[in-house]
Design a protein. Sequence first.
Length: 612
Amino acid sequence: MVGAAGAGPPGRRGARRGGAGPGGGGAGPGRAGPGGAGAAMDALCRAEPRPRRPAAASPLPWARFSAWLDCVCVVTFDLELGQAMELVYPYDFRLTEKEKTSICYLSFPDSYSGGLGDTQFSFRLRQSGGQRTTHYEDDGEYNREAPLTLQRESAHYFGYVYFRQVKDSSMKRGYFQKSLVLVSRLPYVNLFQSLLQLIAPEYFDKLEPCLEAVCNEIDQWPPPVPGQTLNLPVMGVVIQVRIPSRVDKPGSSPVKQFNQENLLPAPLVLPSIHELDLFRCFQPVLIHIQMLWELMLLGEPIVVMAPSPTVSSEMVLALTSCLAPLRYCCDYRPYFTIHDSEFKEYTTRTQAPPNIVVGVTNPFFIKTLQHWPHILRIGELRMSGDLPKQVKVKKLAKLKTLDTKPGIYTSYKTFLHKDKTLIKRLLKGIQRKRPSEVQSALLRRHLLELTQSFIIPLEHYIASLMPLQRAITPWKNPPQIRPFRQEDFMKTLEHAGPQLTCVLKGDWLGLYRRFFKSPNFDGWYRQRHKEMTQKLEALHLEAICEANIVAWMKDKSEVEIVDLVLKLREKLVRARCQHLPVKEETLQRVGLYIETIIGSLPEDLQTVLHHH
């Protein structure tokens, strides 16, 4: 079922479409004793019914809006209640009380710094209250085509915050304090923060009618389709973005924007929907980039202590993007407060810290998270001459007082040596006033090459576990993928290791051994195994298409023939549901085969099979 396009009348906001999508489909009943129509009928009765696609329903209200955002929240500061949820839009979007409370706390800077004006930051929140129905019926098509690092989250919400604090004598407290929050399952930090820059100042002036108008405009946007460049009109501005696709070459520069079509005014072109200015984020830690990459690769628990939610959330998001195109498979919280429901879980000393990167601003965390193995403390950026002052690596024991100096508090020893050439290039770039986006591109390319050098030997080895194509025969289940044996993989490194593509020296073998224990290896392996299994299914379908089915049927009983029909149907349903990498003509040929086989059976069986 494809995501519905277009919004229904406002009065039907709460409507939802019923009917499940195609399921696993009729399972084969196995052999049923001696042949004959009776046994074949019996086999049919025990098989599951064929799933029926629901009739096309009218497009859902808010379907287009929820392809981008789940809801928009307004959080205000109330003198009696503290942070309070003032508004959730669309009005019928259901957040649990726990989620509302969390969003309220995560939408305000935790430690009051007395700063006035506007500030933007991001958070990520665990969904509570089970699987939720949404207005957007996405059948997984987006996630199949998007890069792994940009998939729609199923168990977390992202919050993109625009917080304003200004003096206001009409308020009891003397201040106007309010946050506008976009809640989405998409990690499009650049797009949503740019959108907030357009709509939040207007909203704070004009309030609710303005928000309703903006949401109605977003409800006219086309859905995010990987590989497409989209024009997204809002408040008289057209934002132009390209949605990255899984087939993009990693590290290639984004395709030049097009579709200008004399758009007036000229569109606001975003070079990326999600990439932060890596160089700006990493300025105080440039000389430690190797260590930070290794800690992220190994899924180590890290606390980022920062002076503001903006710095904390940008640093955490920059760290999690370091491994692209490898997906970071651990949890991460760009901004975390002491009110969070997971606070107890993270601060307990009775168990090891979880595999997570948390960004915090409250100095109280220095005390409660002292037992974590890696703590990155960053202050406001300081310069040393014309270069950014670099933080030092310090022993964890030194992390005691609230006035702890910036630094990386860890006893971690890197497996690989630093890339001094890269650091020199970046520092020289600062002195030569090289633009930040050029510096970021250098840094991103270095991290990409490092990740690819590490992952290519793993890709080569896992590809060797795939059965040979000639082992796939039409009338037997496809052969199994061979198991991943770590020691066998380690033996391949001598001839085909990272040294072929990377100049960095060090203990690569030790790094792989540690990586095998991390959630990132587990996530990578599961994903590759799933893709290979689907490829095997696709090859098996192609083998069936090339076989002589009439010859196979000659000496088979009716029960075996019915069994084949059910199995082929099941394969066909699975191929379409899972969007297996199979040509459409192959699927059509399998459909024709099924019709041919049914045509060879007695009429009573034909009738039953046609209705099943």
